[in-house]
Design a protein around this ligand. Structure first.
Ligand code: ACO
Length: 332
């Protein structure tokens, strides 16, 4: 490892499908109400990909946006890593499909799977490639078409999820958000807590798996809720302690956008005031791996981050996996 070389995000991009699914639309599909969804989750609407939009096509648009905003060319990208729980195929990887759409790019490409924590897990991987000196510019993409695995007959889950993609260019040099640290964790548990049970080698697709709705996402909401707050709090404290900083030192907190009550419980425990939390949950719902980088891109568009200011990311997802990261705006 080259100890002086510090990875930083030098450009971000997003893609959100144009179709909007409002709470009032869901009222027509399942027995629910706008009032229940808003008070229990903080969500008002979410984006839904069309039949011809996939994790690869959304990720490709977000990638082009990020590459342009980084001020580099697709041919400068030396590695592509895609975090997704909804890949186009079991294989080939969504990363290789995205690479085929980036003119001039012949970078190696692979997917990773850490559900909603996928972007932060991915950030830790690409950071290591940069800081080892192996690559100079890496493209990290998070893209999800969750509507393809959501059961629109199950009111407990169908109100929660939306589609969307985000990408960022992580580099060895340039102005941007330097990754000061990332802490990762996992509490391996049963897939039934949060998962898609069929379609893999344990339950290959069959008439029976289709009949039993086993290709849809299932979740024990209360179990996930409880663990989410606990895991993100401990991982965040871990990360802050390692850097010897306090929540007061953080300018912006960008948490995974899974439920407004999770965000509020977590920020209360951490002591981060509401005005320093960046939220997109009301308009996009939970976009899994894409949630933190979509929020990051919007934060950077709306607010100037001065040199030395710190951002805190945290996420959790199926597995259960979780992660926190502190980034610092640098000017060189
Ligand atoms: N509309 C109306 N009523 C509903 C709905 C709905 N959409 N969904 C559930 N209910 C009902 C339930 O049936 C239950 O009724 P009952 O009391 O008559 O049995 C009642 O509301 C309460 O249900 P709970 O499950 O206790 O509701 P809760 O307050 O826990 O909220 C929720 C449910 C929103 C799912 C919450 O548990 C949660 O957010 N959990 C975490 C989810 C999450 O973060 N998932 C992340 C996934 S990340 C990834 O990796 C993909």
């Amino acid at each position: 490892m080259d100890s002086k070389r510090k990875a930083r995000i030098i450009g971000t991009g997003t893609y959100l499908p144009s179709k909007i699914l409002k709470n009032s639309d869901l009222e027509k599909v399942v027995e629910t109400s706008d009032e229940w969804i808003v008070t229990r989750t903080g969500m008002r609407e979410r984006r839904i990909a069309s039949e011809t939009e996939y994790s690869s096509t959304m990720g490709l648009i977000a990638s082009k946006d990020a590459i342009k905003n980084a001020g580099i060319k697709a041919e400068d990208i030396e590695l592509i890593v895609v975090a997704t729980a909804t890949p186009d195929y079991i294989f080939p990887s969504t990363a290789t499909v995205i690479q085929s759409g980036l003119e001039g790019c012949k970078a190696p490409a692979f997917d990773i799977q850490a559900a909603c924590a996928g972007f932060l897990y991915g950030l830790s991987i690409v950071r290591s490639y940069i800081e080892s000196g192996m690559y100079k510019h890496v493209l990290l993409v998070a893209s999800e078409k969750l509507s393809s695995i959501v059961n629109y007959k199950d009111r407990a889950t169908c109100v929660l999820f939306g589609d969307g993609a985000a990408a960022c260019v992580v580099s060895a040099e340039g102005k941007g958000l330097q990754i000061n640290d990332i802490c990762l964790g996992a509490d391996g548990g049963p897939a039934e807590t949060l998962g898609v049970i069929a379609g893999g080698c344990r339950h290959p697709s069959s008439e029976e798996t289709v009949k039993n709705d086993m290709h849809y996402l299932t979740m024990n909401g209360q179990e996930v809720f409880k663990n989410a707050v606990r895991c993100m709090e401990s991982m965040t404290n871990n990360c802050l302690d390692k850097l010897a900083i306090k929540p007061d030192d953080i300018s912006w907190f960008v948490p995974h956008q899974a439920n407004i009550r999770i965000i509020e419980a977590l920020s209360k425990r951490l002591g981060i005031p509401d005005e320093r939390i960046f939220k997109t949950i009301h308009k996009y719902g939970n976009t899994s791996a894409s949630s933190v980088p979509i929020a990051l891109h919007e934060l950077l568009q709306k607010h100037t981050i001065d040199t030395g200011e710190l951002l805190l990311f945290t996420a959790f997802g199926a597995g259960l996996t979780y992660a926190s990261s502190v980034l610092e705006q640098i000017n060189h």
